[in-house]
Write a protein that binds this ligand. Structure first.
Ligand SMILES: [Zn+2]
Length: 241
């Protein structure tokens, strides 16, 4: 099925597991594109442009599992707490989402099932590694639009963290060391367990080391940029021990 999550290298030997919550702009056919145009579905509101490509390169480089959600964040946002107002957004970056208005309980239940299908896939990979006694570091890969609400974003790459900065601090230092890129530290987004779901649910709960990263979309729109930034990020991970 097209909407099943993609799992790359589920038995990968690397210590990282990559999550890509917003990998796809796919809308299941029965939702009629949520009433949006193809143009809007190609925009950042529907997915994290370039993030799936970066995730795939990182998975290959580290021989690490990756789980990629295969439905658009406009269908249901797999990185939102279940009580978040934008879990099934009625508006995204000033664009109304007609197909998300006045949902029946049955329609909501179907969306929630897709949410759980993705997170169950993540759990299956993490639990299987726990059973094998394999150490895991969870890394959540996102991308951000270069400007939002009329404000441009200088950060080419940004890390989002909460209280546990065991990995965030050394990776920030490694990214900044050559002093050739603009790196955000909890800008433009922090990691908020009241809002974000994936890292709090899968990693905080286990005390697992983790990282949440945002790549700016104009840097990773093309495969060449995805590869370059994946390599740059991978070097920072390796330098961070
Ligand atoms: Zn995202």
């Amino acid at each position: 099925m097209l909407i099943a999550p993609r799992i790359l290298l589920p038995q990968g030997s690397g210590r990282f597991v990559f999550l890509c919550d917003h990998a796809s702009n796919h809308i299941p056919a029965e939702l009629n594109n949520l009433g949006l145009t193809e143009f809007d579905l190609a925009r950042h509101i529907a997915w994290d442009i370039g993030a799936a490509g970066v995730t795939k390169v990182l998975s290959d480089m580290f021989d690490a599992p990756a789980i990629l959600c295969n439905i658009s964040r406009l269908v249901i946002d797999c990185n939102r707490q279940l009580n978040a107002v934008d879990l099934i957004p009625e508006v995204s970056d000033a664009t109304g989402i007609p197909g998300n208005l006045h949902l029946t309980d049955g329609a909501k239940a179907t969306r929630l099932q897709w949410f759980h299908d993705y997170h169950n896939a993540v759990e299956s990979v993490l639990l299987e590694r726990e059973l094998r006694g394999v150490e895991t570091i969870a890394i959540s890969i996102h991308s951000m639009t270069p400007s939002l609400g009329g404000k441009s974003r200088p950060w080419q790459i940004a890390l989002s963290s909460y209280l546990d900065r065991r990995l965030t601090d050394p990776v920030l230092a490694a990214l900044r060391l050559p002093n050739d890129v603009v790196v955000g530290d909890n800008q433009p987004y922090d990691l908020d367990p009241a809002v974000d779901y994936s890292i709090p649910f899968h990693a905080f709960r286990r005390g697992m080391q983790h990282l949440q990263v945002e790549f700016r979309q104009d840097e990773i729109a093309a495969p060449s940029g995805q590869h370059q930034w994946a390599v740059r990020f991978a070097q920072a991970l390796v330098l961070s021990g």
